[in-house]
Write a protein that binds this ligand. Structure first.
Ligand code: FAD
Ligand code: FES
Ligand code: MG
Length: 285
């Protein structure tokens, strides 16, 4: 039996950043903060992991950046179109407990993962401070939602066009200087997570990062998502994706993320060549 998952709503949030609500009751009814899904757009498509950013009734929301072939294809879909397969919810839930004061910090599209964690942390009795960083004001996403989900929201932009002029890591330093912080989530590009988690290391603050290695099956079988944490090999899809930031081998993660770049570039070029040739026709092959 073919099951298709209908796109209920699709819209652009910022340059190359899109949000999509998809009807997927089997995921929506079981999803928790920190988990993800694996999408396969059509029978010929590759499998890509995306964080479950929100849940509403039978539908889930994903927020993604169009960085290559599959996310560009996904961005071209509209409400009423369908996704061929959605597997999930996958991965472990965020380690939500009553810690005291928690910071949820996101960079770029990593911010998509924060509101669901912020709401869960707040429901567990924590005071939650959100820190959202972006290159400039036009790339900030989910500001209103984060304001509602957190007790306090702080914003930074690299160019100073909104909020603090500088990096989210600097804002985290300011928060740590003014009050006790008990737990931090940092979600964004690997380099940003590596650098930002150094801010909490010396203070011994429990810090989680959500790792984004290449994933294929999402069930611990293929080994593509292996990462080194505390000197041990872990599979991010089943052992994570959240891990103790201070134990992660980020250099290894970043090296593996670059492994298939020539093939990925080639795939995107062929996709663009094909969609141009279709001139607005069926470009979903
Ligand atoms: P490609 O050109 O194929 O790849 C671009 C880069 O993306 C690669 O160099 C590689 O670093 C990475 N990548 C490629 N294939 C995969 C893959 N199968 N799995 C993981 N990374 C890959 N991105 C978002 O924008 N929003 C999210 O909510 C989000 N959540 C994620 C959750 C998890 C648990 C993981 C592991 C990744 C998540 N990502 C998310 C990253 C997203 O999966 C990749 O950007 C996407 O797979 C790229 O596919 P592509 O074909 O468009 O790009
Ligand atoms: Fe295959 Fe994790 S994605 S083992
Ligand atoms: Mg790809």
């Amino acid at each position: 039996m073919t099951r298709l998952f209908r796109i209920e709503k699709a819209e652009q949030l910022a340059d190359k950043v899109y949000q999509m609500w998809v009807k997927a009751p089997h995921v929506a009814h079981h999803a928790a903060a920190g988990q993800f899904v694996i999408f396969r757009i059509d029978e010929k498509g590759e499998r890509i992991p995306l964080t479950i950013s929100a849940v509403d009734g039978d539908s889930i929301r994903v927020i993604f950046m169009a960085v290559g072939k599959t996310t560009t294809h996904l961005a071209a879909l509209s409400a009423g179109d369908s996704i061929r397969d959605i597997a999930g919810p996958l991965g472990k839930q965020s380690d939500i407990k009553k810690y005291g004061t928690c910071v949820v910090l996101g960079g770029g599209v990593g911010t998509a993962s924060l509101p669901i964690i912020a709401r869960a942390a707040r429901a567990a009795g924590n005071r939650v401070i959100g820190i959202v960083g972006a290159r400039n004001a036009s790339l900030l996403i989910l500001e209103d939602e984060m304001k509602a989900a957190c007790d306090e929201l702080l914003i930074s932009t690299d160019d100073g066009s909104k909020g603090f002029h500088g990096f989210a890591a600097d804002v985290l330093k300011q928060v740590m200087a003014r009050e006790t912080v008990d737990c931090v989530w940092i979600i964004g590009p690997a380099m940003m997570m590596k650098v930002t988690s150094e801010v909490t290391r010396a203070a011994g603050i429990r810090t989680y990062v959500s790792l984004n290695p290449v994933m294929v099956d999402g069930t611990g079988m293929c080994g593509s998502c292996r990462v080194t944490v505390g000197g041990e090999t872990k599979f991010a899809c089943v052992d994570g994706p959240e891990f103790d930031a201070h134990k992660v081998d980020f250099a290894g993660l970043m090296q593996r993320l670059r492994m298939y770049q020539p093939e990925e570039k080639d795939s995107l070029e062929r996709y663009h060549a094909h969609t141009c040739a279709c001139k607005g026709g069926d470009h979903h092959a």
